[in-house]
Ligand binder design. Sequence first.
Ligand code: ACO
Length: 371
Amino acid sequence: MSPFAHITGWGMAVPQRIVTNAELALRIDTSDEWIQSRTGIRERRVASEDQTTASLGVDAAQRALDMARLKPADLDLIIVATSSPEHIFPATACLVQDRLGASKAGAFDLLAACSGFIFALNMGTQAIRTGAVKNALIIGAETLSRIVDWNDRNTCVLFGDGAGAFVLQASPEQGGVISAVMRSDGSGGDLLILPGGGSRIPATHKSVQAGQHYVQMNGREVFRFASRVLGQATEEAVKKAQLSLDEINLIIPHQANQRIIEAALRGLDFPVERCVINLDRYGNTSTASIPIATCEAVQQGRLKPGDKVVFVGFGGGLTWGAAVVVWSAPLPAARRVMPYRYRLYARLRSMIKRLMRRLDVLVWGRRNPYL
Ligand code: ACO
């Protein structure tokens, strides 16, 4: 029988800097009352200058690996879901792979906007279920503060920075991720878009002047779409898992807007007490919102081994999806791993590899020694 994919480690990392609604109201035409009543958001975290999408991802990943008692070199696969990658290439996942010292892992980014974490969870699960991969690291990481226009009140009040990570491990025990659905509708691509900086509108003086390097959004249309698909995807994933909604202990939705979540719960006739909402403190952290909310739910004792939980998200693309998971505990491990020792080792290893590349050029010049 094919192995099951269990979530055996989880971790989160958020910047220390808190930006309150009141602080935003000092620079743009908005108010704490407007933001709280329309979105539920009170404050968000904003990365410091030295924090990046990869550095937040590494911090969250390190905590998840520590919990799973896994060495970075045990990883076969790293997927970073992000809407704010450090570059178009190299993939942010490769930067994370290098800094962790995950020397045997294939690493790539997955771009499905805010649904990215659900899509990555499903891809990691499928890789494990085929038997091709034993240990996978799934990360949702964002520095959205770098791609929003802080003078645009329609968008800047919504988003925040942060990262969350899950370790997925193969196990013969039944459970783990038991169903998932993924959907897309590119006809709504223009509703939530970062138009510039890609190959269609390369960054130029003109594109930057026009603000095309910032997130643009049709809030009302996204709201309408999201309220509809959150419930639909939840129902579909639960049905696929051959369960009923009554058997679900907890729903952890993408944290975009409290009114969207409440509308979806009303449609499902699901009690709000069994849903995790923490957007008041973090805003919308895109791909990171579901794993951050999960870490807090575990910490607060709201999610325990054996519980059945639905993760459900939506985002630009348009994309949406959901997964049903039987929550696990870390697998028993023979040894205690010391993650920070590995991090130091990873840095040293990366430096030596860069040095070797330079030495290669010194010894061989521009000549290719392999020809
Ligand atoms: N402060 C004060 N007024 C504002 C602000 C603000 N921050 N932002 C917009 N307004 C104004 C608008 O300009 C508009 O004024 P107008 O009528 O004079 O044009 C008025 O408030 C009302 O705007 P609405 O769009 O009707 O407000 P709504 O109740 O729909 O709330 C919001 C707007 C919060 C953006 C909502 O539409 C929403 O949350 N949409 C979904 C957005 C979202 O979740 N996006 C991300 C999803 S995917 C992902 O996570 C990447």
